[in-house]
Design a protein around this ligand. Structure first.
Ligand SMILES: O=P(O)(O)OC[C@@H](O)[C@@H](O)c1c[nH]c2ccccc12
Length: 266
């Protein structure tokens, strides 16, 4: 992990401690028991995106996000369930739920809370570096997980993808530059997310999506992530080959979240 950006390094170091604590509180064998007791199967995250695409609907993965290290508190009146319902009522295809507590003000329990009343597929948005977190995601109610190329190596990406698939979850594999895209293309993850936010500087440039999308062979679903604010940007990115859009902040900042989502959908 020599090239891991500083922020990411800091986050992973912190989360290592959190993970050890979680494993003491709920050991893996207990998670496995819960897994065996699960009655519902995951909702197809990737399929939902394909279905939207097939019917000419812009696939938006709407993010339930209270804050972030770069922006601090984004939304003070934060009711994760109400936000998820609003996203569903206004045409989101999938939801992304931040489950990191310390840096993003999220919580693992939001997945189950939302899952009970909202039928859209849910992505666990977190920093995954251990198989325990993948089992934990499934038991908590996730239908898909995020894997970040900047903090993993190719064998880990392959193994974690495999494990997610065994648990019937989909994977969104996030890249930010050519080196990470190269890694992603060495796996058979079919959904690649291009993060427009540079984790070294926090600068956002949606041209990153356009540049990297052009280098992805046909057959993969390409998701533009971060910094998307307008319908015009979505239209432009669609013309450049982007298939789906992961959007948080620009909706979280609006008093009327549903109206903003409708505007983004065009
Ligand atoms: O709020 P934005 O700029 O619309 O971005 C959403 C999402 O892409 C961003 O939250 C994100 C992308 N990759 C991540 C990895 C971890 C935590 C968060 C993220």
């Amino acid at each position: 992990m020599t090239q891991v950006p500083d922020v990411l390094r800091k986050i992973v170091d912190y989360k290592q401690g959190e993970l050890e604590e979680a494993m003491r509180a709920v050991p893996l064998n207990e998670i496995m028991d819960r897994l065996a007791d699960l009655e519902d199967t995951p909702r197809g995250f990737q399929n939902a995106i394909l279905n939207s695409l097939g019917s000419g609907w812009t696939p938006i993965i709407a993010e339930v996000k209270k804050g972030s290290p770069s922006k601090g508190l984004i939304r003070a009146d934060f009711d994760p369930l109400q936000i998820a319902i609003t996203y569903q009522d206004n045409g989101a295809t999938c939801l992304s739920v931040l489950t990191d507590e310390h840096f993003f003000m999220g919580h693992l329990s939001y997945l189950a809370l939302i899952r009970e009343q909202v039928s859209l597929p849910l992505l666990r948005k977190d920093f995954i570096f251990d198989p325990y977190q993948i089992y934990q995601a499934r038991v908590a109610g996730a239908d898909a997980i995020l894997l970040i190329a900047a903090m993993l190596d190719v064998p880990q990406l392959r193994d974690f993808h495999c494990l997610a698939k065994e648990l019937s979850m989909d994977v969104l594999l996030e890249v930010h530059d050519e080196r990470e895209l190269e890694m992603a293309l060495q796996t058979d993850c079919s959904m690649i997310g291009i993060n427009n936010r540079d984790l070294r500087t926090f600068k956002v440039d949606i041209a990153t999506s356009e540049r990297l999308a052009a280098q992805i062979p046909a057959g993969r679903i390409i998701v533009a992530e971060s910094g998307i604010n307008t319908r015009a940007e979505i239209v432009r990115l669609t013309e450049q080959g982007l298939h789906a859009f992961l959007i948080g902040e620009s909706m979280m900042r609006e008093p009327d979240i549903g109206a903003k989502l409708s505007e983004l959908l065009g």
